[in-house]
Design a protein around this ligand. Sequence first.
Ligand code: ADP
Length: 634
Amino acid sequence: MGEHAETHEFQAETRELLRLMIHSLYKNREIFLRELISNASDALDKLRFAALTKPQWMEGDERLVIRLERDASARTLTVIDTGIGMDRDEVVANLGTIARSGTRSFLEHVHSTKSGETAPEGALPELIGQFGVGFYSAFMVADEVVVETRKAGEVAGVRWRSKGDGTFTIEAAGGLARGTRITLHLKPLPEDEDDPQDFTQEWTLRSVVKRHSDFIAYPIELEVERKEGEREVVTLNSMKPLWTRPPAEVKAEEHTEFYRHLSHAMDEPLESIHFRAEGTFEYTALMYLPTKRAPTLFEPEKPRSRLALYVKRVLIMSECEELLPPWLRFVRGLVDSADLPLNVSRETLQHARQLKPIRNRLTKRVVESLAKLLENDRAKYVDFFAEFGATLKEGIYADDDLRQDVAKICLFATTKDKTPASLHEIIERLPVKQRELYYVSGETRAALERLPVLEAATKKGFEVLLLVDAVDEFALSRLESFEGKPLRPLDKGTIELEDDAEKKEREEKESELKELPDAVKSALAAQPTPVSEVRFTNRLDASPAAVVYGEHDLSPHLVRRMREAHQDVPDATVVLELNPRHALIQALEQRRGADATGFAEACELLFGQALLARGEPLADPSRFNELLVKLMLK
Ligand code: ADP
């Protein structure tokens, strides 16, 4: 440690992460190298891009390379890049004090999967990249790490050093080349393994680089000994950007590695979509559908698109929102075009008319590929939909052109089947008498199954969609109809469920109770939850009453959710529907003329129980309680 080194404490969560890394006994430790090379490659991308406007940052040295150096007797491995480097503040922020956004969710994930002691074999490396905590994986193999770095265009360099024990030191360092050198003081080789990987050996480095980093666009160089005393620098990776090769030639394993590099994930891509568009505007697109949801998919501040934009193989933007709509934000990949200027910026892109047709074409391709998967490999599609369905359904809501196409590949559970089916399949199996496709939406399937508004429909053998994702109600109300079947919320507005005979029978019952609805409405006039209308129902069977809502209102659980997200939404209009066939309603009618107070209290109780049956909270539970006790005493 130099004389002027300052000691800093790691931020608490980073400390915990480091402890995990240091004590990990995981297989697959080799992925630390993929992470460091990936960071080096990013740093080179950044420099290449920055140099388009600041050519002086190249400092007259245009060689963009990654170099591995090793010393078997000192047991060190050094990963060197000639990229953009970091200044002092960046080193402090990136490698220590600021909580990396992924760290907390990473730790939560580890704790939740690990139930106390040991995580399942291999789970940790799988999680590392996904949460953006890649650098720290160096501590899986090293007991000390030294980072020396000099930012392009600056004179002063920085040396960071840590044993991963809770603190790190920082000091000024002179004489550094542009870029970053990360030296790992490797742990002793584990004695309990038969054939431990030695990261100072040529063969180990060769195979690890080939396995995980072959497609890196910069040379990864290593000095090797050819014959006695003769040394030579070799490039370990083939460097050929995978997307520039003819699609038919790219092997599945190559796609897997490239997808993992792009997405920092460890799953397999479910599908890869790779094509070259020719014509007035030429580009290559390579898109991957993942199998596993990234933990950040629903975090609102996360990128709304995950496709990178390249111009002539130069990375311009790692997340270009213009290339795919937000409802396909789970798709990973890139577009490379020779027909855009190299100096495009985020601002000019928003106006780049060329991107709109690309976006349309890519969106269509993804939807088509999902439709094919649904048709050809149902089981695989069902797994995919369980992970990404909620995101995909946003497309029904958001995309005016593709609404019906997206609806076609969405799956829904119903009253008849927990296993989700497509709207087409559901419509095919509807009873002939069911003219409309009904749905109800709420928090859980269990809560929905108990809703009184389902009674009459269920009794008739009708099938009702049970929606539990927040997006569902927005999506289906926007969809309006599918294959000619109107889509209707079963608990909103009025509904035609009966045939003529049933209707006639109900209306007869109602005629004996003609004045009841108005009387109930007046009795409820002072309720804290305003009731806009009281009317007879055709939705109920066993229940005396139900709460339903205005035709175009959002369900109350959504109103609550949106308010929690600080959105301004009006309350749903509440309608109380009475079941004219129910003995309780007929008894209520008798009470009406006879006992004014008793009638009013019974109405309150009836309304309260209807709210409870709907799963809605009571505005004044103690009042309800009081009335209930009074009733029980009678
Ligand atoms: P991630 O790469 O997922 O952001 P890391 O913990 O691996 O997370 O790295 C943290 C940050 O440190 C990077 O985002 C980058 O800004 C910086 N960094 C890491 N390695 C390098 C490097 N070789 N050159 C320049 N900056 C780097």
